[in-house]
Write a protein that binds this ligand. Structure first.
Ligand SMILES: [Zn+2]
Ligand SMILES: [Zn+2]
Length: 142
């Protein structure tokens, strides 16, 4: 979480990005959410507010500028989380996917997966998704 309330506009400004309507919309949705969101969850009640191409390009731009990051799940569906909001640093970290409610959250860096690579292999990215049941679902199971 940010130590203070930051608006989508301020966040874009810190990265020298123009505050386009679509950028502000996506960041605001993520700021409001406790969990990572899929494309359709991001759109929520406004599925037709932006055209597909604009929406997709905006997600890419935000990702390239280190504002959001993408989480690819087992079934190849994708969720997006806001850097420095859904986790405290932008380093490699793992994710938790709840099999019951389908929520995805960023885990602390300590649980991150260390791959032991053979000689001369180069690691660029590691994607780890822990599958299981979240606290909310465990506590409301009965
Ligand atoms: Zn759950
Ligand atoms: Zn994350």
């Amino acid at each position: 979480m940010f130590p203070f309330m930051i608006t989508a506009e301020e966040l874009l400004h810190t990265r020298d990005l123009k505050g386009t309507a679509c950028r502000k919309f996506i960041i605001s949705r993520l700021l409001e959410s406790e969990y990572a969101l899929s494309e359709s969850e991001l759109k929520g009640d406004f599925p037709d507010l932006f055209d597909r191409v604009t929406f997709y390009r905006t997600l890419k731009t935000l990702e390239e500028h280190g504002i959001i990051h993408k989480i690819v799940l087992n079934d190849n569906s994708v969720k997006y989380a806001l850097n420095n909001h859904h986790h405290t640093n932008s380093n490699l970290h793992s994710h938790f996917h709840c099999e019951v409610c389908d929520e995805v959250l960023c885990l602390g860096e300590k649980i991150r997966f260390e791959a032991e690579l053979p000689a001369h292999f180069i690691k660029h990215e590691v994607f780890v998704v822990v599958e299981g049941i979240c606290a909310n679902c465990t506590l409301h199971a009965n």
